[in-house]
Unconditional design. Sequence first.
Length: 581
Amino acid sequence: MEKMNLKKYIAAHRVSYIIAFTAMLLSVSLDMLSPQLIRHIIDDVIIGGKQELLAAFLFGILGIGIGRCVFQYTKEYLFDVTGSEIAGELRRDLFRKIQSLSADFFDRVNSGELMSRVKDDIDRIWDGLTYIGMLTIEVIVHTIIVLYCMYSLSWKLAVLPTAGMLAAAVVAIIMEKKLGTVYEDIAQENSVLNNTAAENLAGVRTVKAFAREKFEIGKFFGHNRHYYDLNLRQSRIFVAYYPFLQSITHLLPFLVMLPGGYMVIKKTMTLGELTAFVQYSMNIVWPMEMLGWLTNGISSARASAKRIQKIYAEVPQIAEDRFPVRLPAVKGEIEFSHVSFAGDHIHDILHDISFHVQAGSTIGIMGATGAGKTTVINLLKRMYDATGGVIKLDGVDIRKLGLSQLRTSIACVMQDVFLFSDTISDNVKLGRKNRLNMCAVKKAVQSAHADDFVEKMEAQYNTVIGERGVGLSGGQKQRLTIARALSSTAPVLVFDDSTSALDTETEQHIQQTLEKLQGVTKIIIAHRISAVRTADEIIVLDKGSVAERGTHDQLLAKKGLYYTTYQTQYGACLREHHHGR
């Protein structure tokens, strides 16, 4: 099982982390020297009268200040830069992992949740690797050195700060456990909130068309309220425990002064040593104050890491063969042999489908909604694997072919038209910027009969269209996706009800364009008889099985489902024609 291994990312940047850690160690060590210099100023200069040493001690304090500035800057810079680089690598690898998953994963997980994983959860891990992680290490190093210095001065006095630290640690651990579960709930609700907002913004025109603004606002407010309640619960936990940490840190210097003053009076400790000890005890205050906040941040980062691990634990259902077959040139011969598919492994979506398409020929697929027409194409492109039977391309089982060669050999114009928020030119090229020049783009757009509206736009092919093609009509979007498919020059073209938004004249022009294409295998899925009537073979699906097959004339002669559809679409015209005669 694949995992997100943070140690691997940190190890790749170990040199930067080692330098940053060394700079932190030197900075903290210099900071711990200041109380020692103050101790000598009091004991040797003020009380001992050795005024000639004062200048050296003062220059020492100045040097410590300069040294700390240099080392602190080095530490901060390296931690921030390295953490940012690791966060970028984490986000890149997570996105690559998501892209590698099969279609069934996206059937189960909504886009809002994935956006939260890629953005919010990586950001929290980023914080853990930079500011929060840096401070956590600094708190540990700082505490160890302070304790060493305090025990060196007086082990009896050092017992008090040690007890205070242990009490603070217990409080922090209890708080971390309570916060851990809350962070899981907050992250989950954050995903739901993101998805609700994204869904409503994408479908804002539908919402307005059905006057559902009030309902959708109420739904969003409900999730927003739950998110608010969870954050309030987190704050209550933090507020309930944090005062204990503050009480410990504020009482500590006062508690140290009482026995320390007594030891100075009894001359078992010098005034300079007590002053240095009090400074150390105050130096241990801020690590304890930071414990709550750091615990908060670490809990958040750990919860985010767990959620990301769940994505890494996903195994793609569509696996490429270890040694895939590489076809020298794809001709486009397609064969379905007794193919079945059960989407949820409970009921069959397709059952015992068999057909053969010679390279360069055309097959039409018809059937009622839900008959399984689009599933045929999803199986051909291996979005899913058939649960029975074999699908072959040029005589080779598609499960033995490389996914890249298989999918780039099949250009699809699907029912669900998708255009990116990009220029018309780049939408037609779709990732083939280096292989497709402007002449090829224009030719494809002209073949799809989209040039009539593209060339009327102010920026023409450089016009940036809105998200999912907002601003274009349904027919215009369909023509651009047809142009995208034609520009690919793939040996297999699939049209899945892709002319439904076109007027009859434009549809006829595109059909004429398709008929002129030589050496291209065409699969045309349609509800209109006009789209498939010239196909070399037409199959009619009914409830996931092949009910009828043959040419247009053969199917009409059978007077079955195809004939009924033909009568529905052309019956009135035929009756008028017959009546006119």
